[in-house]
Design a protein around this ligand. Structure first.
Ligand code: ATP
Length: 502
């Protein structure tokens, strides 16, 4: 267990290092020491993100007849967030450590009583990780040894800090200092970023950076219905930045304070069978993730227990991905009833009713919402694509990206750089491919080294123009994963590229 956890944290370190080295992802404001929870995407990262977004937009919006796309503003009227419930309730439970000044999310901080025979000898605590249980057990063993307590250590009953009784708070050690007495009771912390609109900086000018893109689609629902020639059931989709002042941003880009969401609100009739649509969208999302290269074996589902759902929610299922740091939510698919539209109708006084011409009935539609983060998909793709392997006695790092999302689709090389006919022919091919695809030109070093450089950034194919090319017009096409080489004409290679990347 410990060994596999070491492997997982090494794997994350290797991936973070590769992302930095090859220009996928950097810390934001790096030269000033960085700012926690914010990231910059470099040239390859920006391409990868764009490809993920484009795949989603094409599959979710353009290729369907029942979904339209919108782009709504990041800052909206503050009343939107009152009506949606975010001002009052978009909170996470926060615990402060008064000594270290560190802050923790109470639902990610776990503790247990340490009981030897029938006596409580103290408490242990640990933050959520792939090995929280092991860590708590190790700490309990250590406490028992330290106190020289004789007897049997009972199995730990692990609880979240949100479940601590008031009299227990002072007895639970802070994960920062290891000592009890410095943690505060959990309190609600609102995660919305506040700003001011206009020249005045008083309370009347307060506005929020959106913490989700969904509300733009609910607030603009009427506009789309009135102008978009849409008929139930139909969806409104958008991609855009969201901001949450997360208490503990962590696991690289998994939980950040500025991130991008791809959300779709699928509206259905009030009497329609929501469960069938909910299942439809869960399956659609799973299949889509596989289509951009995630192995189906690393995906699972988690149904939120009924008692933890908001009062209006009919059901929420998360598609979980097996990240190196544990199985975590990647995509949430929520059946939200007609809560959001009803709330905005009440707060704005504008009717959100939909008139169904077939049944001659007027009602507020219900909604199924698949909501996912671009950055979480990108991290899942990076983690599952990464491999370090030995080939003919040499180590190679490879990112097995699906051609659909690979930032560079092909490397184009002349075999040698001092033969003008070869270079000219290769350059003509490069220019032609570049019209439709992101391809990379490389003339430096031995061919084997050029292949390795392309493997490391996940380029599916390398095309080498060699002496035979001058004779018969075919090129050597080397495939990244099998490393097999075949000869192809330009037309054959273009067809392969178009087929596999579209
Ligand atoms: P979590 O429980 O992990 O905080 P959530 O349930 O609050 O997530 P939603 O509000 O359902 O998340 O947001 C929809 C999707 O947006 C998530 O499934 C995730 O992919 C993405 N997302 C949410 N918060 C973040 C974040 N801080 N950083 C990156 N992506 C995020």
């Amino acid at each position: 267990m410990a060994d596999s956890n070491n492997k997982s944290s090494n794997l994350m370190e290797d991936i973070v290092a590769l992302c930095r080295r090859r220009g996928f992802i950097f810390q934001s404001s790096e030269i000033y020491g960085g700012i926690n929870g914010f990231f910059d995407y470099g040239p390859l990262g920006a391409e990868l993100r764009k490809n993920i977004r484009d795949c989603w937009w094409n599959d979710m919006v353009r290729r369907r007849d029942d979904i339209v796309g919108v782009e709504t503003s990041i800052i909206m009227h503050p009343k939107v967030w009152e009506a949606s419930g975010h001002v009052a309730g978009f909170t996470d439970p926060l615990v402060d450590c008064k000594k270290s000044k560190q802050r923790f999310r109470a639902d990610q901080l776990f503790f247990a009583q340490v009981i030897v025979d029938d006596q409580i000898i103290g408490y242990v605590s640990a933050l959520e990780s792939g090995r929280t249980e092991d860590e708590l057990r190790e700490k309990a063993d250590k406490l028992k040894r330290k106190q020289a307590a004789q007897g049997t250590l009972l199995p730990l009953q692990i609880r979240e800090m949100t479940e601590a009784r008031p009299e227990e708070i002072d007895l639970i050690p802070s994960p920062a200092t290891g000592e009890p007495g410095s943690l505060t009771p959990p309190r609600a912390f609102n995660m919305m970023f506040e700003t001011h609109v206009g020249a005045l900086r008083d309370a009347s000018a307060v506005a929020y950076l959106r913490p989700e893109t969904a509300q733009g689609m609910f607030v603009g629902f009427k506009n789309v219905v009135d102008t978009g020639r849409v008929k139930l059931p139909f969806g409104i989709a958008q991609i855009g930045k969201s901001f949450r002042n997360e208490i503990t941003p962590r696991n690289f880009i998994f939980r950040s304070r500025e991130f991008e969401q791809m959300e779709m609100e699928f509206f259905i009739g009030e009497d329609e069978d929501w469960q069938t649509w909910h299942r439809h969208w869960i399956d659609w999302c799973r299949e889509w993730l596989v289509s951009v290269g995630l192995p189906a074996s690393l995906l699972s589902e988690y149904d939120h227990p009924k008692e933890k759902l908001s009062f209006y929610s009919k059901g929420t299922t998360d598609i979980m991905f097996e990240y190196p740091f544990g199985s975590q939510e990647l995509w949430g698919i929520a059946a939200r009833g007609n809560y959001d539209l009803s709330q905005h109708e009440k707060a704005s006084g504008v009717s959100m009713a939909y008139f169904d011409e077939a049944t001659r009935k007027k009602f507020i539609p219900h909604v199924i919402e698949p909501a996912v983060g671009v950055d979480r998909i990108l991290l899942a793709i990076l983690c599952s694509a990464y491999a370090l392997e030995e080939v003919e006695g040499e180590k190679r790092t490879v990112l097995r990206f699906s051609p659909r999302v690979a930032p560079v689709k092909a490397g184009v090389f002349p075999l040698v750089k001092n033969k003008p006919e070869l270079v000219g022919m290769a350059e003509a091919l490069y220019r032609k491919l570049k019209r439709r695809h992101n391809v990379f030109w490389d003339t430096s070093g031995a061919i084997g080294r050029r292949y390795r450089r392309m493997d490391e950034i996940g380029t599916p194919w390398c095309v080498t123009v060699d002496f035979d090319s001058l004779e018969n017009g075919t090129f050597t096409v080397r495939e990244r994963d099998s490393m097999e080489q075949t000869r192809m004409t330009e037309a054959e290679f273009l067809t392969l590229l178009d087929d596999k990347t579209s």
